[in-house]
Design a protein around this ligand. Structure first.
Ligand SMILES: Nc1nc2c(ncn2[C@@H]2O[C@H](COP(=O)(O)OP(=O)(O)O)[C@@H](O)[C@H]2O)c(=O)[nH]1
Ligand SMILES: [Mg+2]
Length: 384
């Protein structure tokens, strides 16, 4: 009996340890949430790592080990000069506008028909009736006073007038600095579904990281887990964590609140909050966005509300923009998909419509295809 004891003790230890592990490990295991037995916290902070698949249920230890792979972070392209670097995308999409305007203006004696043609070209490029009329008036005056001599002078004149129309003096600063010590800047991103909000938040996180800021993302589009996954993937690539709901349909305001709280606790520079754009009715939209802003401001001031607008949607997009402008207190516009349209004039129209400057433009689906907007560089891009 006594010589059995030395065997029995380690055996008992193994059995007890096994039982303890069986109790503890499933609780700490990450993965897709089944209907929870214990009430989970409303949101979780997902550390910056690639979106994972659910771990094998039979191998919790391996899953834990696999949860900490050596992640190679990407280095976003510097933000300075991005619009210049992406200029050919504008030239490609905007050249019909720039080239057509230049072609007409270079004619020897400009007739009424020529001026009508110019106006029509501007309208086709979504500049909007008011601004198009102003540009024509300005050009007519200059042609009368200065005459149109050589092509270089014509180009210079058109360039100057287009820059004036786009607004060289509008303050396009992106406000990402917290307003009180120890508080992050908070950027809320709103807009209709499919305009490019999540992509923009992802690209913007990269811009901020490239500029040396620390960032937390809030996935307040809680309709589908896929939306949060999409955002988390963007963040992971540059080492930025995402605060997300544990279940579909959770309260977006709660997620936004938790994200800002988390950002504050972590002492980060900026919190970016992505939202859903599915609400078609104005009252519902106002309710939801109002609630999100209110709960955010309990933790920190909202420093920027960006409205994302798809440049290819023209007048339709403007209509939607108007509604968001009314309910969300928009402070800046992000115009996406400018690489896919000849209607660059929408920059002018939307600024007029909302009285808010375009601050960023999306010029492609690549991770660094988001550029700070600049009137002169934009016009140069359009004129090719
Ligand atoms: N060509 C182009 N595509 C873009 C741009 N921004 C976003 N997209 C695409 O637009 C689609 C919708 O984007 P997403 O961010 O999911 O829109 P959300 O529903 O507003 O969040 C995606 O396929 C994006 O890759 C852009 O600047 N240029
Ligand atoms: Mg989205």
């Amino acid at each position: 009996m006594t010589d059995v004891l030395p065997w029995l003790i380690p055996l008992l230890v193994v059995v007890v340890l096994g039982a303890v592990a069986a109790l503890v490990v499933p609780r700490t295991r990450r993965g897709k949430q089944l209907p929870p037995v214990v009430t989970p916290p409303p949101t979780t902070v997902q550390p910056p790592r690639p979106a994972e698949t659910a771990p094998e249920p039979a191998a919790p230890d391996t899953a834990e080990a696999a949860a900490a792979p050596a992640v190679t972070l990407e280095r976003p392209a510097p933000t300075a000069g991005r619009l210049v670097r992406l200029r050919d995308r504008l030239a490609r999409s905007g050249s019909p506008l720039g080239a057509r305007l230049l072609a007409v203006l270079s004619r020897d004696h400009l007739t009424e028909d020529d001026w009508d043609e110019l106006e029509e070209t501007l309208l086709l490029a979504d500049v909007g009736a008011g601004p198009a009329g102003e540009l024509i008036d300005a050009l007519r005056t200059r042609v009368r006073v200065e005459g149109v001599s050589d092509p270089v002078a014509v180009r210079t004149m058109l360039r100057e007038e287009l820059i004036t129309l786009v607004g060289p003096d509008l303050d396009r600063t992106l406000h990402t600095q917290g307003t009180a010590p120890g508080t992050p800047g908070v950027v809320l991103v709103v807009g209709v579904n499919g305009t490019g909000k999540t992509t923009t938040v992802g690209k913007l996180a990269r811009v901020l990281v490239a500029d040396g800021d620390t960032v937390v993302l809030g996935a307040a589009d809680t309709f589908r887990a896929a939306a949060a996954d999409q955002l988390q993937t963007w963040g992971s690539r540059v080492g930025v964590p995402t605060v997300r709901a544990d279940r579909d349909g959770a309260d977006p305001a709660a997620v936004a609140f938790d994200a800002v709280k988390q950002g504050k606790a972590d002492g980060v520079d900026v919190v970016l909050v992505d939202t859903a754009g599915r609400l078609q009715n104005k009252a519902g939209l106002m309710d939801e966005l109002g609630k999100i802003s209110r709960v955010i401001t309990r933790e920190a001031a909202l420093t920027e509300v960006l409205l994302v607008l798809d440049a290819t949607t023209g007048q339709n997009g403007l209509q939607q923009a108007r509604v968001f402008g009314e309910v969300a207190g928009v402070t800046g516009i992000v115009l996406t998909k400018l690489d896919g349209t000849a209607k660059g004039g929408i920059v002018v129209a939307v600024q007029r419509e909302l009285g808010v400057p375009v601050k960023l433009v999306g010029l492609g689906e690549g991770p660094d295809d988001l550029a700070p907007f600049d009137a002169a560089q934009f016009v140069d891009g359009i004129l090719g």
